[in-house]
Design a protein around this ligand. Structure first.
Ligand code: AMP
Ligand code: ZN
Length: 282
């Protein structure tokens, strides 16, 4: 099966999992990083006639962020889609690097990508809701997902993967915008090849702050596996999924007491991190 077929099949699978199809009339906000994966998602959704708009968070990380912003602007012009920009320096007062350093000053063990991931998801959900979109699409690919699932197994906590999948499986809530991952079953190498073949405007270099050594180690190991083996990891994930879900403690979605965003706890992860940062700069 080629990349485009896998992409379409994944969109069909989302309907089965979510009891809600990805419809042509849905407004889908594509979270564009400037990298090959999310760029390919936008290109294909547009190609297949979906109603999309782009969303980019400018993380303010010097030359790397400038290149990403340029690529995203170029893509949206080429696809003739609206681009929504969120400038983290303007909105939050400092670049992702400073926000992260403040947090890490107080909590040494927290990894760059983990902090950045929490902040980006929080921004995405809030902005997508303001824009009244039906869904958010991200560029997560087979390698990302196999890596995460594998790391959770190595940690002895497969239940950490209980909310993962082609579509977010959280309890449905009006404040929570469903996120979809149309490249969930497509290998990173195939996406790289496809985006080059289609000459899409892409920044191919890695984020300069992605320095989580454990994840890098796992990625290096996973790079020694074939695509078939990575697919097998995710086949295991799919067949174990009902059992993984049973391991999960029953969670009730509530609204964060500080920011009002949907959260699993009284205070959401984002506000927890931001309060750590405030303490560090006092
Ligand atoms: P990452 O967390 O960097 O692995 O990225 C996962 C997905 O989040 C990407 O495929 C994009 O869809 C989205 N994303 C990452 N960075 C950004 C960004 N700066 N702006 C908007 N979306 C992003
Ligand atoms: Zn909060």
């Amino acid at each position: 099966m080629n990349l485009e077929q896998k992409f379409k099949q994944t969109l069909a699978k989302i309907k089965l999992e979510n009891r809600q199809a990805v419809l042509k009339k849905d407004k889908i906000l594509v979270a564009l990083s400037g990298g090959k994966d999310s760029t390919t998602v936008a290109y294909l959704l547009k190609k297949f006639g979906y109603n999309i708009e782009g969303f980019h968070i400018n993380l303010g990380m010097g030359g790397y962020s400038e290149k990403c912003l340029r690529a995203v602007k170029e893509l949206c012009e080429q696809l003739n889609i609206k681009l929504h920009l969120y400038d983290i320096k303007k909105e939050m007062g400092s670049s992702m690097c400073y926000i992260r350093q403040g947090i890490q000053h107080e909590k040494k063990g927290l990894k760059n990508c983990a902090i950045c991931g929490v902040i980006k998801k929080w921004i995405m959900n809030r902005e997508a809701r303001k824009l009244k979109v039906d869904k958010i699409a991200t560029g997560h690919n087979l390698d990302d997902e196999a890596q995460t699932f594998f790391m959770n197994i190595l940690k002895g906590s497969p239940q950490l993967s209980a909310n993962s999948g082609v579509v977010t499986r959280n309890t449905k809530d009006k404040k929570f915008i469903t996120r979809i991952k149309p490249l969930f079953y497509v290998a990173e190498n195939d996406i790289r090849e496809y985006s080059k073949k289609m000459k899409l405007p892409v920044v191919y270099e890695h984020c300069p702050c992605a320095l989580d050594s454990y994840r890098i180690q796992i990625r290096q190991f996973m790079n020694t596996l074939t695509t078939k083996e990575k697919e097998n990891i995710m086949k295991n994930f799919d067949s174990l999924f009902p059992r993984i879900q049973r391991l999960k403690t029953q969670e009730k979605l509530q609204y964060c007491e500080i920011c009002g965003e949907p959260s699993r706890n009284k205070i959401c992860r984002m506000c927890e991190l931001v309060s750590i940062k405030k303490n560090s700069t006092r």
